[in-house]
Write a protein that binds this ligand. Structure first.
Ligand SMILES: N[C@@H](CCC(=O)N[C@@H](CS)C(=O)NCC(=O)O)C(=O)O
Length: 193
């Protein structure tokens, strides 16, 4: 059995969606960042960095959105969340490295900087419905969570980021996404970023 430590609306939303996409059984464990439960000794013993997401698996704990998504996609190939070929997989990793290293931290440097970075994402996305190779993948899940969060707090104009908004709206139609948004809203959002 898997256990996902999550804070509603945070980075952990991406693995939460992926768990539903692949149909894996798991136990959600709420970590309140507001109450600093991520700094409690029992959580730090599992993840010394004090961050969500953390996925406990029978093979050990996993941190980092990209790694958890990759592991879930590899463990559940029938879900088709990762291309088969080496270049397709490398493109997915390229997207997820860019999202984790450049896009996620951008908002903390202010809205103007974040807009510049999101313009890079908009250009990179292109006109295809999915981030990589014409098929839905874990890169789309990672991208969706970050843009969902940014869009929710940035009061975007109707003409801004049309490709990202179209991608977001397509993602919102997926049952796994709707399920997670419903479940996490019921748990209660409490995040500033
Ligand atoms: N690079 C990490 C980032 C994880 C992260 O920043 N998690 C935030 C929530 S979005 C967190 O747990 N923050 C709590 C803290 O830093 O005290 C990943 O991709 O998983």
């Amino acid at each position: 059995m898997l256990t996902l430590f999550l804070a509603p609306g945070s980075s952990s939303m991406a693995p939460h969606i992926a768990l539903h996409e692949v149909g894996a059984g798991f136990t959600p464990r709420l970590v309140s960042l507001k109450r600093r439960e991520n700094r409690a000794p029992d959580f730090l013993a599992l993840n010394p960095e004090g961050k969500v997401p953390l996925l406990l698996t029978p093979e050990g704990g996993l941190t980092e959105v990209a790694a958890i998504l990759f592991w879930l996609a590899r463990r559940h190939p029938a879900a088709g969340l990762l291309p088969d070929d080496a270049m397709g997989q490398a493109r997915v990793l390229s997207w997820m490295s860019f999202l984790a290293a450049t896009v996620h931290p951008a908002r903390r440097q202010g809205l103007d900087h974040a807009r510049v970075v999101w313009a890079l994402v908009e250009a990179r996305l292109g006109d295809a419905p999915h981030a990589v190779g014409g098929a839905y993948s874990i890169a789309d899940i990672h991208l969706f969570r970050l843009f969902w969060r940014f869009r929710g707090g940035a009061a975007l104009g109707p003409e801004e980021f049309p490709r990202l908004i179209a991608h977001h709206d397509r993602m919102m139609r997926r049952p796994a996404v709707q399920r997670v948004l419903r479940d996490e809203a019921a748990m209660g959002y409490e995040l500033p970023d």
